[in-house]
Design a protein around this ligand. Structure first.
Ligand SMILES: *[C@@H]1O[C@H](CO)[C@@H](O)[C@H](O)[C@H]1NC(C)=O
Ligand SMILES: *[C@@H]1O[C@H](CO)[C@@H](O)[C@H](O)[C@H]1NC(C)=O
Ligand SMILES: *[C@@H]1O[C@H](CO)[C@@H](O)[C@H](O)[C@H]1NC(C)=O
Ligand SMILES: *[C@@H]1O[C@H](CO)[C@@H](O)[C@H](O)[C@H]1NC(C)=O
Length: 810
């Protein structure tokens, strides 16, 4: 009897337990309701909907209905963000018309989704994308969380506006880390002029940060979020009906973009170790803040890492010689006012973030040429500037401004050309502006002449070749065939977007196929890029003279009007970054191959520094600039930024710092001081990237806040350098000493002081021998703090008050 009774109690206990147990649904219909404690999960259990407290310490009784990534945890959406439930008796149910309704313990509705549609047999589920969707029996979407944005956007969601329904998709930040109610910041598309993505702070009349208009590849003020970034495909569509922006990952990357409560956009990527890694932040620096320098000024980051303003060429400070950096203050005015006479002309300012387009007009079909655009702007006195709307295919579409030009900055390789209306004053030849223009155009003509000369030398050379041979003169000059524009057009299918390979320094690169079947890479310079003509001259002159098996081979060039292009051999295996930073492709590179790559880069660099007749400093050496041939031999490319010196001048300073953060040594990034040792630093970074498979700047570690250099240094100091290489490389224990030696050499290359770094000749020697090596000191730039973000090439301005914007002759 006692036995039976206890059995009774046990089963009653089990029964009651099963009644109160939390249920995990995969679908909810109007028959069920989701109680506090229950969850609804996506089929793969990646996403979950349920009740949660966000402030365990202060307000644990405040409950929210939220949707989150389960592992690693991250909330992506909250139903009742402004209206917390009190206690745990809330529940969610689905009405017979497919509306989600959230009730408190007293059955009062706290929040509901209102779809005005009627539905039969509705059901609620979470899709693989993280979209919580209520659909009717026929699968028609009645409501979806992707249309109800909070502070997070995932792949497949969109920002934008529908003009017909007036529906907007915009992000709004949380109030605090623990309070999800609507906070101070919003990210939305402003569609007054050419649509632009903007970040606004509540209560401020102007923007906080303007990511800007879409140029076909990226937002003009957020190049890192554009197509340059090889992780995502970005999509921007604009029609009479709707404007929207969305992205999808290219590989199997899980990512979310969050507008945080301090008004920063944060791009998180899920790591292999199931952690959220912060990959990107915007705004990046002080210069990103809206119109910090006022009209007709550009903002630059100086050596103290603060913003400084300067006037565009041809403009002067509005009040006095100096002005303080503060929003909307100061700014510049024309040195010589425009008169709206026929004498006005337009001057090209290359490499810019396009000014605010709130008061702009644009050609919505993207059909006008730059010339049409100029004519349209000339014909209206209030038109202050014009530009292409889309930078693809050499530029197309027309954008006109009818206001003062504000919120510009300069970029080294992502910027766009703006043509600004200026007065033409023929008398005042002492004026900086006029001098600038004259020098600019004379210089431009010279440059083209030089380039044409180099190309045409082929013909002259042919004539003299026979003679030289007879006289026994060594033929040092190389042939440089000229291709005509038609051939190149046909080869690249008229620079079709399909053939777009990417953006190198100063211009887009297209793949092409010549009639004979030879594959080529065409780098298009002047027509679409800023300092193009100058770089073209540099590149042609330099590369024509350089031949080494670790340098990419120039096949020829093409000049036609404003177009100038370089034709290279095509490298089917793309660039080093494509391999070493990809988990799968990296596996193709065992230590032998990596060693070969390291040695090849070293030899190529040594040739540039010492063996060629000129002394050449690359200045933008990075994994992306090392191409790989079909046998995985490295070839250094992109001499667009190279500087050559006659004789043994090996150091110089520049006001225009161009290069890529993460690869630049301190003395160059901060003071613009460069030498062959700057390249040695970049080389050291590349070696460490090759060995670890991690990018220097994108590096993150759970235990510290250092970049890759810092991490390697820390490991070195703690005698744990064996933990630095990728595990794959340590499989063959015989090779481990070689791997460790490469780390040692790399550390010597990235020393803080240039004089502590070896030159490339020593590096090649060190890599190839067993001699003992000096002890490295602490490297330069070993933390990420205070530096702008990942993979962005940008140009810094000197803190000189006078503008140093370069004028290009047209
Ligand atoms: C974006 O808008 C276009 C119309 O301009 C529309 O065809 C497209 O479906 C929209 N994209 C998304 C993701 O809704
Ligand atoms: C917001 O983002 C910025 C940039 O990533 C970060 O420094 C800051 O700590 C974040 N703030 C909060 C409260 O998460
Ligand atoms: C700039 O700001 C400083 C300190 O706020 C002030 O002393 C100075 O007068 C300001 N200069 C101008 C030109 O407004
Ligand atoms: C010039 O453009 C402005 C702005 O679009 C417009 O309001 C004005 O009528 C135009 N003036 C002329 C003469 O076309």
């Amino acid at each position: 009897m006692r036995k039976i009774r206890s059995l009774f109690w046990v089963s009653l206990f089990l029964l009651s337990f099963s009644f109160s147990a939390a249920l995990d649904y995969s679908v909810i219909t109007p028959r069920e309701s989701l109680k506090d404690g229950d969850t609804l999960s996506s089929k793969d259990h990646v996403f979950q909907l349920g009740f949660i407290s966000l402030d365990q310490d202060e307000q644990p009784q405040h409950r929210f209905l939220g949707l989150w990534y389960k592992q690693p945890f991250a909330i992506i959406w909250i139903a009742n963000r402004n209206n917390p439930l009190y206690g745990t008796s809330g529940y969610l149910s689905l009405s017979s018309s497919g509306d989600l309704q959230l009730f408190d313990g007293e059955h009062r509705a706290l929040w509901s989704s209102s779809s005005s549609k009627t539905a039969k047999n509705p059901y609620l589920k979470i899709l693989y994308t993280g979209n919580l969707v209520s659909s009717d029996g026929e699968g028609i979407v009645l409501w979806q969380s992707f249309d109800d944005l909070m502070n997070t956007i995932l792949a497949g969601m969109k920002l934008g506006k529908n003009f017909k329904t007036q529906k907007e998709w915009s992000l709004s930040s949380w109030k605090t880390l623990k309070d999800p109610s609507i906070g101070d910041f919003t990210l939305s598309l402003d569609t007054r002029g050419l649509p632009q993505l903007i970040l606004k702070k509540k209560g401020d009349s102007s923007y906080s940060y303007r990511l800007g208009s879409w140029n076909g590849l990226s937002f003009t003020g957020a190049p890192a979020m554009g197509r340059e970034n090889n992780l995502f495909d970005y999509k921007f569509t604009s029609s009479e009906q709707e404007v929207n922006y969305s992205w999808t990952p290219r590989r199997q990357i899980v990512s979310r973009l969050v507008l945080n409560n301090t008004g920063k956009l944060q791009r998180f990527i899920q790591s292999k170790q199931h952690k959220w890694i912060l990959a990107n932040t915007a705004p990046e620096d002080e210069c990103d803040y809206y119109s910090i320098c006022g009209p007709y000024a550009v903002c630059g980051i100086n050596s103290k890492n603060t913003a400084s303003c300067s006037c565009l060429q041809g403009f002067k400070p509005k009040s006095g010689r100096k002005w303080n950096v503060s929003r909307g203050a100061g700014g510049c005015v024309h040195e010589i006012p425009t008169t709206c006479g026929k004498k006005d002309r337009f001057v090209k300012f290359p490499g810019m973030k396009l000014p605010d387009t709130s008061w702009s007009w644009y050609d919505s079909r993207n059909a006008m040429t730059l010339e049409d655009c100029k004519i349209k702007c000339s014909s209206n006195c209030s038109c202050t500037a014009y530009a292409n709307t889309d930078i693809r295919d050499g530029g197309k579409g027309c954008l006109l401004w009818f206001s003062d030009l504000v919120d510009m900055r300069e970029y080294s390789s992502f910027g766009q050309d703006v043509y600004i209306r200026m007065a033409f004053a023929k008398k005042d030849f002492k004026g900086r502006e006029v001098m600038g223009m004259v020098i600019g155009s004379v210089f431009g003509i010279l440059v083209v002449l030089v380039a044409v000369f180099v190309c045409c030398r082929k013909k002259m050379m042919k004539r003299y070749r026979g003679e030289n041979r007879r006289k026994g003169i060594a033929e040092e000059e190389m042939d440089l065939p000229i291709f005509d524009i038609k051939t190149i057009s046909i080869a690249t299918d008229d620079f079709s977007y399909v053939n777009f390979l990417g953006r190198g320094g100063f211009g887009p690169v297209y793949k092409g196929k010549l009639e004979g079947g030879q594959e080529i890479a065409v780098k298009r310079l002047c027509a679409s890029s800023g300092q193009g003509v100058e770089e073209f001259k540099n590149e042609v002159k330099l590369i024509a003279k350089l031949q080494h098996r670790n340098l990419v081979r120039l096949l020829g060039c093409c000049i036609q009007g404003e177009e100038c292009m370089l034709i290279y051999e095509y490298m089917p295996n793309k660039s080093l970054d494509f391999f070493i930073f990809d988990e799968n492709r990296r596996k193709e590179l065992d230590w032998e191959k990596r060693k070969n790559i390291i040695n090849g880069i070293a030899r190529g660099l040594l040739y540039l520094h010492q063996d060629s007749r000129l002394r050449i400093i690359h200045r933008d050496l990075k994994a992306g600039n090392v191409l790989l041939d079909n046998l995985m031999n490295p070839k250094i490319s992109d001499f667009g930024l190279a500087k050559s010196f006659g004789g043994d001048q090996s150091e110089s300073s520049t006001k225009r710092v161009v290069g890529t953060y993460g690869y630049m040594p301190p003395e160059y990034a901060i003071d613009g001081h460069f030498s062959v040792k700057s390249d040695v630093f970049s080389f050291g970074v590349i070696v460490l990237e090759i060995i670890t498979g991690k990018t220097n700047r994108g590096f993150s570690h759970p235990d510290h806040d250092l970049n890759l250099l810092g991490h390697v240094w820390k490991s070195w100091v703690e005698d744990r350098e064996i933990e630095v290489p990728e595990e794959e490389l340590l499989k063959d224990t015989c090779l481990v000493p070689e791997v460790l030696r490469s780390i040692h050499v790399a550390l010597l290359c990235v020393q803080q002081k240039p004089e502590d770094r070896p030159n490339m000749a020593s590096v090649v020697l060190m890599l190839g021998s067993d001699t003992s090596l000096p002890h490295p000191k602490q490297p330069g730039f070993f933390t990420n703090r205070n530096l702008p973000d990942i993979s962005s090439s940008l140009s810094l301005r000197s803190q000189n008050e006078l503008s140093i914007t370069m004028l290009q002759g047209r």
